[in-house]
Design a protein around this ligand. Sequence first.
Ligand SMILES: Cc1ncc(COP(=O)(O)O)c(C=O)c1O
Length: 384
Amino acid sequence: MAFKVAERGAIAPFIVMDVMRDAARRQAEGGDVIHLEVGQPSGQAPEKVRRAAAKALADEPLGYTLALGTDSLRERIGHHYAKTYGVSVPVENICVTTGSSAGFLLSFLAAFAPGDRVAVAAPGYPAYRNILKALGIECVNVPVGPATRWQLSADSLSRVEGRLDGVVVASPSNPTGSMLSSIEVAELATWCELRGIRLISDEIYHGITFGRPAATAAGMAAASHAVIINSFSKYYAMTGWRLGWMVAPDDLIRAVECLQQNLFISPPTLSQRAAEAVFDCTDELDARVAGYRENRDILLAELPAAGFGRLAPSDGAFYLYADISGLTDDSRAFCRRMLAETGVAATPGVDFDPYEGARTLRFSYAGSAADMAEAARRLKAWKR
Ligand SMILES: Cc1ncc(COP(=O)(O)O)c(C=O)c1O
């Protein structure tokens, strides 16, 4: 008997995970790998976080929490908006999620219907595209490049043919690390608000910036219908704890709550208890950011001599996005060969950009300075 396999479930792989698998295989076979593919902080979460987790594990039943998350964590998140950005975010609008990944699923389900059209930047984070597809929502890839600092703009959105129901922006962005100014965020929010287009602002890399701080859409008058997505994964260095949050507008928060009740019941309880402590770890976390900056500067100084001279501005996050059109038109094969011949793992641009990704790649500099220097040394010595 032939069983049905649903077409909507047949989404593209998250190629970086495939690269990680190849890298792990090489390591298992005794080869060494410098991991410039993985987009996650290395090492453990801050000690206070681990201590809070140990205490909760010893003392608490750790049952389900409210679907929107514990009141105490939601309050801490609310304080974070007041302290970091000087904006007031009502606790009732905050939903704790299972990583920001669940935030996308919940917000896309709450805000968009099958057949709706949602714009994302190309290059951009691949899961936006793939989750939208799984939900039967059309992803409209809008090419971005140096002219708009690799970000969507009101102008580029105005040129999109046909209707739009939503726009996803990320600043700092993955894969380029480029950022929107607060004026640009406000312009995008206004453009969306005036047209009844739902803005989803992915702010997961906030905190990891090297010049000016990142601007949040939260609290902007023009963003009163926008969804703000954030996470404990990147600045807070808690990827595997699978915890994030969203600020959902009044017209979506109840739908988000009901979806969360049914899809996840509640976000992970132990992680929620631990995450409360992370807001007291900013000195340690900022020291990590200083390390990312040092890593970026090593690569910026060394990569041009290795043939990777055309790089997007890495204002934040921990990525450098390289134009390698002078080296290949098959970034996947190029990355495979680079891994095999130098041990340096990077992510091919095809993960991020359906148009130009065969001629780009992404380096992640979330690792150690020693790894950056060694990767640069090997790439410079690589006889391609
Ligand atoms: C731009 C962006 N958004 C969201 C995520 C998802 O992160 P998480 O589900 O761990 O919060 C990532 C992960 O790499 C990302 O780069």
